[in-house]
Design a protein around this ligand. Structure first.
Ligand code: MN
Length: 349
């Protein structure tokens, strides 16, 4: 159950759709393979098997959890670099820490978002905090990679810390779906995230039987990912379930419905809805780097080896992670393509 809810959804602004608006038809439905991040961190790789051209301006999406950790169990990533894009980490339930080589970072929890512009290059580490490692507990969130156009790939690294209370809350016309606008705009209501190219990012929770008819910018692509629950998509009513990604064709509206009956362990339908203006540039992606050409990707690996992207802070306290296995949590660059389950071979579009 997401941490951000409302007691009375009827007091929220309702998103109405024009009756003559054209529902987007479903182009594809794919099922995310499950894997592990770091040492035992369960993830679903939501975009696996989908053409980069259909995802543009997005690159990668991991659903992290949902998992109930036992004490001593939570694990994060080792120190690793990024260049050429942004990571957007949203915590639905639980808590996550991040640190970077510029002394930045912080803690995000229960509906907060960390928006990190890697730009020209950064080193960071993403871990559950020590007290969660000690206590165990619920953890659920996602990390989305948003591409940067060539002109912005060399921007200085930057952070936005978006707090749960700043997210714009709206209701579907039928009052059955709660919409949390994290970035971009729905019906004139803006989310707190500042974006480098035009995108919209919404976390929706649909009650059983609810139908969402969401007006969507015609010039954006449209994707929906089912975090939890059972429903159908499009006016064609294709059935979807947990871990499935939907890509839509052109149109004015995204249509998602929740089945009247849901599983007892996830009584609502939770969906991430996202889209943006396609960047329409060549993508060259390998491991933690997303550039325009193969030579830029190879240069990023070379720059990382030379320390151009920075080094692990000399004052990094290894003792803060006593429950991490030796080497995990502070060893730099042991397996760059293993972090975030990113490709070991160059992906190009
Ligand atoms: Mn990372």
């Amino acid at each position: 159950m997401p941490a951000v809810t409302v007691k009375d959804i009827t007091i929220l602004p309702r998103v109405l759709s024009n009756p003559s608006a054209r529902a987007r038809k479903v182009k594809s439905i794919t099922t995310a393979p499950q894997g592990h991040e770091g040492e035992g961190f369960p993830v679903r790789r939501a975009f696996a098997g989908v053409d980069l051209a259909d995802l543009d301006p997005f690159i990668h999406l991991d659903q992290m959890g949902e998992v109930e950790y036992a004490p001593g169990e939570p694990k994060g990533t080792p120190w690793h670099p990024h260049r050429g894009f942004e990571t957007v980490t949203y915590i639905i339930d639980g808590i996550f820490d991040h640190y970077d080589n510029h002394g930045g970072g912080g803690t995000i929890s229960n509906g907060d978002t960390q928006w990190m512009t890697a730009g020209s290059g950064i080193l960071h580490i993403e871990t559950p905090p020590e007290h969660l490692v000690v206590s165990g507990g619920l953890f659920h969130g996602f990390q989305l990679w948003v591409n940067l156009p060539a002109a912005k790939k060399w921007s200085p690294p930057a952070y936005q810390h978006l707090v749960a209370s700043d997210v714009a809350l709206l209701s579907s016309a039928d009052g059955g779906a709660l919409l949390r606008v994290i970035a971009g705009e729905i019906d004139g209501f803006k989310g707190p995230g500042s974006t480098q190219t035009p995108i919209t990012l919404v976390h929706a929770t649909l009650q059983p039987g609810a139908e969402l008819r969401l007006p969507w910018n015609k010039s954006y692509n449209a994707l929906a990912y089912v975090l939890n629950g059972n429903g159908s998509v499009g006016d064609e009513k294709h059935t979807v379930t947990t871990g499935q990604l939907i890509t839509y064709r052109d149109g004015d509206l995204i249509v998602i419905s929740a089945n009247k009956t849901q599983d007892s362990k996830s009584p609502e339908l939770d969906v991430l809805i996202l889209g943006g203006q396609p960047i329409k540039e060549p993508v060259a992606w390998m491991g933690p780097f997303v550039m325009n050409t193969k030579s830029e990707v190879l240069k990023a690996f070379d720059d990382f080896q030379k320390g151009v992207l920075g080094v692990v802070p000399p004052n990094w306290d290894k003792s803060k992670r006593p429950l991490q296995r030796d080497g995990i949590g502070y060893k730099l660059g042991a397996d760059l393509t293993g972090v975030h389950g990113t490709p070991e071979e160059l992906q190009e579009s």
